[in-house]
Design a binder for this molecule. Structure first.
Ligand SMILES: [Zn+2]
Length: 92
C-alpha cells in the first residue's frame, strides 16, 4: 500500500522532470540527487521506462539524427498522453 502510493508519487515526480532530464537543459539542470532518484525510478518502473524510451525516440527523430524514422504525429500524441497519464495519476 505504502509502496504503491510512493511509486505513484514518484511517477508524477519523474514525469515532471523527464523533459529536463532528457534535454539536459543548462538553464534548468537537475541536481545530481534528482538525476540519481529519477534513474533509480526508471530502473524500477516499467511505465516510466516506456515513457522515457518513447521520448528518446522522439527526441532523436526531432534532432535529425534519426531521419530514417520520421516523426509521426500519432507518436507525438501517444507520448503526450503517456506523460499526461503519469502526471494525472500522481495528482489523485
Ligand atoms: Zn514510474
Amino acid at each position: 500500500m505504502i509502496r504503491t502510493a510512493r511509486q505513484m508519487l514518484t511517477c508524477h515526480w519523474t514525469a515532471r522532470r523527464l523533459q529536463r532530464y532528457l534535454d539536459a537543459d543548462p538553464a534548468a539542470p537537475l541536481s545530481a540527487g534528482e538525476v540519481a532518484r529519477l534513474e533509480e525510478h526508471l530502473a524500477a518502473c516499467e511505465r516510466c521506462a516506456e515513457a522515457i524510451s518513447q521520448h528518446r525516440t522522439l527526441a532523436r527523430a526531432l534532432g535529425g539524427w534519426g531521419r530514417r524514422t520520421p516523426v509521426q504525429p500519432a507518436s507525438v500524441e501517444r507520448m503526450r498522453s503517456v506523460l499526461d497519464d503519469l502526471v494525472r495519476e500522481g495528482r489523485r
